[in-house]
Design a protein around this ligand. Structure first.
Ligand code: FES
Length: 165
């Protein structure tokens, strides 16, 4: 069993990993562990990935491999405004791809990235259950419906203007 003295991970995570180590095939809990880390810290930092590897006694490359394979995992902190473009079938068919392309080009970032000022992050999401409103974009808790790529700069400008007030 490992103590948490030399780790930056929370006691809760370290205890959970120790619990996993007491089970058969502890490495099979890697995804669950990463979910917990992201749930607490909002993203998976390098130091936390290294610590998970050390605590779970698996190669660091394995942990990075899983963290980078699944789109769900974020390796950078989210921006103040987390933009999610729904890439479910209904939204995709109605042009979500070009909406996403507009966000990428307006913000100068790719999926999973955050702008250098920390204001916006961009990600894709699966169907959020409001297909009749496709294409759909969520920004934090707000849902934007029937979005077209020409609206993207206006949406971003409105958010920036509200931030300046
Ligand atoms: S596919 Fe986008 S809300 Fe259902």
């Amino acid at each position: 069993m490992c103590t948490n003295k030399k780790y930056t991970l929370s006691d809760e995570i370290v205890d959970y990993i120790n619990e996993c180590l007491s089970k058969e095939h502890p490495e099979s809990y890697l995804i669950a562990i990463l979910h917990k880390v992201q749930g607490i810290y909002g993203f998976l930092s390098e130091i936390h990935l290294d610590e998970v590897a050390h605590l779970l006694q698996v190669p660091t490359a394995n942990v990075y491999g899983v963290a980078t394979f699944y789109h769900y995992f974020r390796l950078k902190p989210r921006g103040q405004f987390a933009i999610s473009v729904c890439m479910g079938t209904a939204c995709f068919v109605k042009g979500a791809d070009s909406v996403l392309t507009s966000f990428k080009s307006e913000l100068g970032i790719d999926m999973g990235e955050t702008t250098s000022d920390g204001l916006f992050s961009l990600e894709g999401t699966r169907c959020i259950g409001v297909c009749a409103l496709a294409p759909v974009v969520t920004i934090n808790d707000r849902v934007y419906s029937n979005v077209v790529s020409q609206q993207v700069s206006q949406i971003l400008n409105e958010i920036k203007a509200a931030e300046r007030v």
